[in-house]
Ligand binder design. Structure first.
Ligand SMILES: NC(=O)c1ccc[n+]([C@@H]2O[C@H](COP(=O)([O-])OP(=O)(O)OC[C@H]3O[C@@H](n4cnc5c(N)ncnc54)[C@H](OP(=O)(O)O)[C@@H]3O)[C@@H](O)[C@H]2O)c1
Length: 246
């Protein structure tokens, strides 16, 4: 499967690429050239949020195969002053980092899904003389294109000190639900990780907070990418390794 990863430079994106790349081709969209070796193939697109067409051009120029699925691990994490004290400038910056990025990633999935179905359709027509049906290998269903957005506990709980993340995380959840309700070409899904992710030093784990290991996130993601129809639009993963509908 060829996975396009947004947020590849982040803590979650970097770790997911490491876990998924032995089994999949992973292309990471990044705004700056990575300074160390990455498990994903980086495509540097500095203004991808405002110029989504630059992503499709970069994919074509790099000769990357059609994208089968998108993972959006955009956003991040901070504890700061109360949201109203941080001011409008920082609120706007958080809107950029969370909601706008997810909007563009969703819109790109729509156009990539169309490209992919045309590519799969024409190659199937060439080999069988028929229009595409289900794929015959162990790969994804050729008729489905999955967009999986990651989100956190702040999207469903008002987290003091991370207020804008709560505001835009909640809006992100609804963005994915609306996109899922409206799209006829993309299976939009959201996985909310309801605990800090292991290995992220920004999390305050004082007092022995349970974490979700990245390997558990990767294990939750894989079946969603292959069989999105088995999953609800909105899902949660908890530190206890449970995945539940939400
Ligand atoms: N870390 C955790 O413990 C944790 C727990 C639960 C859920 N999650 C979820 O996992 C996802 C990723 O979190 P993370 O911890 O990996 O965050 P992170 O390490 O801060 O990385 C954030 C990523 O988003 C990108 N990004 C930020 N602002 C952007 C903007 N304005 N335009 C374009 N890209 C932008 C960053 O790219 P640049 O490098 O180019 O800035 C980076 O790749 C989030 O959805 C979060 O809710 C994380």
């Amino acid at each position: 499967m060829h996975i396009l990863l947004f947020g590849a430079s982040g803590h979650v994106g970097t770790g997911l690429a490491r876990l998924l790349s032995p089994h999949h081709t992973v292309t990471g969209i990044v705004r700056q050239r990575p300074t160390t070796e990455t498990a994903y193939e980086p495509l540097i697109v500095p203004d991808w949020v405002d110029e989504p067409e630059a992503v499709t051009s970069a994919l074509a120029s790099a000769g990357r195969p059609p994208v089968d699925a998108v993972i959006a691990a955009i956003g991040g994490w901070y504890i700061d002053e109360p949201v109203l004290d941080r001011g409008l400038g920082k609120f706007d910056a958080d809107y950029d980092s969370y909601l706008r990025g997810h909007f563009t990633a969703c819109a790109l999935s729509q156009s990539l899904a169309t490209e992919r179905s045309e590519a799969v359709g024409s190659s199937t027509e060439r080999s069988t003389g028929q229009v595409s049906g289900r794929s015959t290998d162990a790969g994804p269903d050729s008729t489905r294109f999955v967009h999986l957005a990651l989100n956190g506990v702040a999207s469903v709980e008002a987290l003091a000190g991370s207020g804008a993340i709560s505001v835009f995380g909640a809006a992100q959840k609804m963005l994915i639900e609306v996109a899922a309700a409206e799209s006829t070409t993309v299976d939009f899904r959201e996985l909310r990780i309801m605990a800090p992710i292991g290995g992220d030093d920004r999390n305050d784990l004082t007092g022995g907070v349970d974490t979700v290991p990245l390997v558990q996130v990767a294990e939750a993601i894989t079946p969603i990418l292959y069989s999105p129809e088995r999953f609800d639009v909105s899902m949660e993963i908890h530190a206890t390794a449970e995945t539940s509908d939400g």
